[in-house]
Design a protein around this ligand. Structure first.
Ligand SMILES: Cc1cc2nc3c(=O)[nH]c(=O)nc-3n(C[C@H](O)[C@H](O)[C@H](O)COP(=O)(O)OP(=O)(O)OC[C@H]3O[C@@H](n4cnc5c(N)ncnc54)[C@H](O)[C@@H]3O)c2cc1C
Length: 201
């Protein structure tokens, strides 16, 4: 669902009809809407050249803003997305300057497992338009893992996410806006998932 939610926010109907997932990946924009969910889903890319094939994790494939490790003689020929097991929940949050045809000002993909006792496990948090190129936030993931849906401190998690983002980007002109806003996105995503998990219980 996280991939569908993100894809649905891309551009307009015309852009969505013409654009491909492969193009979104190889273009490697910091604001690409499909990169955060695909990284959070631990997607892999298959690259094919006349000499053969190689497979890289998507996170490894991205090399910088608008940069990837693709070689001039290679094509992206497959995107492999491992299936999530039972009790996984996902969410995608996006903020843009307007409601449609909107490039992400900030986005965030969240994938996490909630076990039978209501404990978060295997949490993956990947923001978009937040860091030079989409990448996981391991400190935030560690902070969520092991917490209970009953009493996870969302304010605290928000602060950790903000701090982690700034530790990657440094203070920039957009930091006064993005620092509090990324905290809001992780809180919204967790709140949505917690509500869903409680409804399923
Ligand atoms: C008006 C407008 C609005 C947009 N809005 C959004 C948005 O909201 N969110 C968003 O994420 N993006 C947006 N985009 C960007 C773009 O449309 C998407 O990233 C789209 O997914 C790109 O796919 P494409 O197939 O058109 O790629 P292309 O533009 O055709 O290709 C992009 C790059 O990838 C390379 N490439 C493509 N496929 C392969 C392959 N299989 N193997 C190797 N290299 C390949 C191309 O050579 C090129 O360098 C927007 C673009 C426009 C014009």
């Amino acid at each position: 669902p996280v991939l569908v939610e993100a894809a649905y926010t891309i551009g307009s109907t015309q852009i969505r009809n013409r654009g491909t997932i492969g193009g979104n990946i190889v273009n490697a924009s910091p604001a690409a809407d499909l990169l955060p969910p695909l990284i959070a889903l631990k997607a892999e890319v298959e690259l094919t050249s006349g000499k053969g094939k190689r497979v890289l994790s998507l996170e490894e494939f991205l090399a910088g803003p608008y940069k990837t490790k693709i070689q001039a003689n290679e094509l992206l020929t497959k995107i492999k997305i491992p299936l999530l097991g039972d009790n996984y929940y996902t969410d995608f949050q996006k903020i843009g300057r307007r409601k449609a045809l909107s490039i992400a000002r900030l986005s965030l993909a969240l994938v996490t497992k909630i076990d039978k006792e209501g404990i978060f496990q295997d949490t993956r948090v990947v923001p978009g338009s937040a860091t030079p190129y989409p990448q996981s936030l391991p400190e935030t993931e560690k902070a969520v893992n092991g917490k209970s849906v009953l009493n996870v401190d969302l304010e605290e998690i928000g602060k950790i996410t903000s701090k982690e983002m700034v530790s990657i980007t440094g203070e920039r002109w957009s930091t006064p806006y993005k620092k509090p806003t990324i905290a809001v996105l992780i809180k919204r995503a967790l709140e949505k998932i917690i509500k869903e998990a409680k409804t399923n219980d």
